[in-house]
Design a protein around this ligand. Sequence first.
Ligand code: DC
Length: 223
Amino acid sequence: MSINIAIDGPAGAGKSTIARILAKELSFIYVDTGAMYRTMALYFFEAGIAAEDEAAISSACGNVAVTIVYEKGEQQVLLNGENVTGKLRTEQVGNMASAISVYPKVREKLVVLQQKLAEDTDVIMDGRDIGTCVLPNAQIKIYLTASVETRAKRRYEELTAKGQSCELAKIARDIRERDARDMNRPVSPLRQAEDAVTVDTSDLTIEEVVSVIRNIYEEKIQK
Ligand code: DC
C-alpha cells in the first residue's frame, strides 16, 4: 500500500516549499493540487469566461484536459497538451483559481485525477481539501498555517525577487479575501481534518518546519 502525506493550509503558509523538500528527502512524488486549479483558471481566463459564470465554466470543464507529468522530479502541468507550468504562479491566476474552485464541476474533475495519482504511489500532496476530501485515509495529515502578515511578507518577497512589481498592503488584502473564500465555500472548504497536526510556520525556518514534519512521519511510520 502506498504512503500518502496530506498537507493543507491557507495560501502562503509554505505548503509547496515544504512539500517539495520533504518529497525529495523521502523519495516521494510531490503533487501540487493548487497548480491544477490554476491550470483550469488559466483556461477559463484565456477563453474569456468570467469567474462568476458558473454555467459557462461548468459546461466548459469538458473541454479542459489537465495532465500531470514529471520532468527531473518536478511536476509539470499540461493544459490540453501544452506545458503551462511557467504561467501559473501569478496573483491574477491565483485569484481566478480561488474563485473557480468553488464550483462542484471543477472540483469533481480534479479530485478524481488527484486520487488516481496517489493510488499506487507514495505522494506528498498539498492543497486545501486533501486531508478532508481527496485522501481521507492519508497516514499523515498536516495543517500548515501562518499569520496573514507573515504570509503577505513572504509573497511580497517572492514576487519582488522575480522582478514583479507589487504592494504589500494589497497582497495582505488579497490573502484575507482568498482565505475567506477558501474557508467559507460550501463545497470542500479549507478546514483542518480532525486527525491533522497543526504546524504554525510564522516563527519557524523552512528547515525547522521540514524537520517537525519529518519527525511526525518517522514516529507514525515506525509504529
Ligand atoms: O495553493 P494555491 O495558491 O496554488 O491554490 C490556488 C487556489 O486553488 C486556492 O486559492 C484554492 C484552490 N485550491 C483548492 O480549492 N483546492 C485545492 N486542493 C488546492 C487549491
